[in-house]
Design a protein around this ligand. Structure first.
Ligand code: SF4
Ligand code: SF4
Length: 133
């Protein structure tokens, strides 16, 4: 390749958009049905434990809802499925088996996060505060 051709190529590349995505500044696109982080809506969950029993990765531990939350009467044991995102294999079996359609799925794939390694924050955010617990 002669010098003028190389120069043209350099100038063209300088003026063009980068070929790569500038992650993490710019999120990478995912398919609409991508299985990302999921959590139970505690306004719908009855604490039946079926999702925990059916989870093939043993990633769901039924856990007491902390005091101070307004827990629906349909959850008399006041427990909820706590998902360990480090163990989860994102098969979404829990979502499929839930008889109350209580799971909320998302496309969130950025899971290398020390603050949110389980579903507690997301699930508890679905309840109002102020109940007797
Ligand atoms: S997606 Fe699969 S592995 Fe993850 S918590 Fe649900 S059932 Fe378990
Ligand atoms: S299967 Fe559904 S209703 Fe039962 S504990 Fe799991 S999320 Fe709650």
């Amino acid at each position: 390749m002669g010098k003028p051709k190389i120069l043209n190529l350099v100038l063209k590349n300088l003026a063009s958009k980068p070929a790569t995505i500038q992650y993490p500044k710019e999120p990478t696109p995912v398919e609409p049905d991508y299985r990302g982080r999921h959590y139970a809506d505690l306004g719908k969950c009855t604490g039946c434990s079926l999702c925990s029993i059916e989870c093939p990765a043993d990633a769901i531990k039924m856990t007491p809802i902390p005091s101070g939350y307004d827990v629906p009467k349909s959850n008399p044991r006041k427990i909820y499925p706590l998902i360990d995102y480090g163990k989860c294999v994102y098969c979404y079996r829990c979502i499929t088996v839930c008889p109350f359609n209580a799971y909320i799925s998302t496309n969130e794939y950025r899971l290398a996060d020390t603050a949110m390694h389980n579903s507690s924050e997301l699930s508890l955010s679905t309840l109002k505060k102020g109940g007797p617990g």
